[in-house]
Structure formats: structure tokens, C-alpha cells
Design a protein around this ligand. Sequence first.
Ligand SMILES: [Zn+2]
Length: 287
Amino acid sequence: MPGFDDDDAWQKAVDGVRPLGGRPPHTAKPRPVEPPPRVAPAPAPPRVVEVERVVEVERVVEVERVVEVERVVEVEKVVHRVARVEVEVVTQVVIPLAALLDERGVEGPERPRVLAAMAEAPLSGVIEATDAQVARELLDRHLALRCDQPECAAPHAVTIEVPRARCEACGGSDLDRDGARVRDACAAAGVRSILIVGGSPTYRVVLERIFPAGGRPKVRLIPGDRPRTADKARADLAANDRVVVWGGTILNHATSAPYRGANVITLSHRGLSGMLRQLAERLGSKG
Ligand SMILES: [Zn+2]
């Protein structure tokens, strides 16, 4: 409407005015309820958005860094645990093994040969053994340090060849000469039979050669890892003039314990030759 650009003023002006043609009079129209003004969020200046994005990236990087640090700490813990286990293994197995090889007189370049032999049966049990005594017995039974003389051979054991002076059978001496000393001492002492308790089956083979069946003295060997009942031990003591308990070799307490008495001789020399020399001396002193 020309002249009225204000809606209110127009309504006021026409209020009650009856238009022509009998139409109802104008009334003031109720004012439309205006919707609350829409508050549009103020657009963030682009610089702020950029800063927020950078802050978010930094936060993610920091979280990843913390996760990475935690992962490294975990890995370090595992490495530490593994190192500790290795130390324990070294303590339990390798150090006693070195000591056991020292006990047996395995030295220098013989050591790698013995260790290589442990990769396979019958010596592999030494590596798995957690008990030093078990490892010692396995070495006693299955490892032989022998010279190159055929009569010293240990056919049932892993043999490491050593100089004659260190041969566990002859010790560099003449076994027949040592056997002859024992024979002489036995003859002088009236000893006709000897039972040796201890040693490995390989020593038995050598003894059978030195003291052939049917000769004097009659020499028999009971391996030191066979338990012996008190009854059998009594029978052995009754049947033999002397019983030698050979402590320098494989000898379980259960095997040696039942042997007690005046005709029991305890010897400690490891090698067969040394044992025979000791035996000759002891028989002589009893003579
Ligand atoms: Zn020998």
C-alpha cells in the first residue's frame, strides 16, 4: 500500500472501516508470532580451525608416542626376562658341565669333541640333566678317555682318544704288568677270587682280558649302577675272598652299601691301571 510501509500503521488505520459491498469491517489481524531469531553459530575464523587441527594431530602423535614407549618398555621387560632365564640356564647346566668335564680330565681340544658327542645319544642326556649327579653318571657310563691301544678300547662308550698317560684304562702303564702285580699279591695273600663292585661294563671287558676265565685269581665285576640286595651282597661276600668297592667310578650308594666286612677293600682311583696298582698294594698290606 503506497504511503504505508509499516504493517502496524496500516492495520490501525483500517480498523473498523467497513469496506464497500457489505463486506465485514476490517479488523486488526493478530500479529503473527515471530519465531525467535535464529542465532547462527559464528563461523570460526579459518586460523582457529587450523590451530585446532594442528593441536589434534599433535595429540594423536603424543598418544602414539606414549603407546610406542609402553611397547618398548614391554619389549625391554621381555628381553630382561629372557636374559635372566639364560643366566639361570648357564648356572644350572653349563657351569656344572664344565666342572664335570674338569673332573673327568677332559681338556683343550677334547672339549668340543665331547660337546659334539652330546648332540646325540647316549650322551644327549647330559645336556638335559638338571641334576649334576645324573650328568656325572651318564658321563661315567658313556664317555671313555682312552689311548690308541686296542686293549684299552671301550666299545660301548663314546671314546675320546687321549695321550697314553691320561688313558683311563691303562694310564700310560702296561695293564698286563699291573695285572701281574695283582696276581702276585693274590698268590702271596692266598686270595683266589675277587669281586669288583663299581666301574662301567667297558672296564669289565678289559678285566676279562687281563684275568681270563679259569685263571687265578678269578675276577668278576658288578657294574656300580645295579642295585644289590643285602642277601645277594652277603652271598657275594661269602663267595669271594675279597670284595673291592671301587669308588672312583660309577657307584650308586644302593649298590655299594650292603658290602661291609673285613674282606672289603675300598679303592678310589678312577683308572683301571691305577685301581689295579692300589689293589696290589692293599692285598700286600693284608698279606
Ligand atoms: Zn690305554
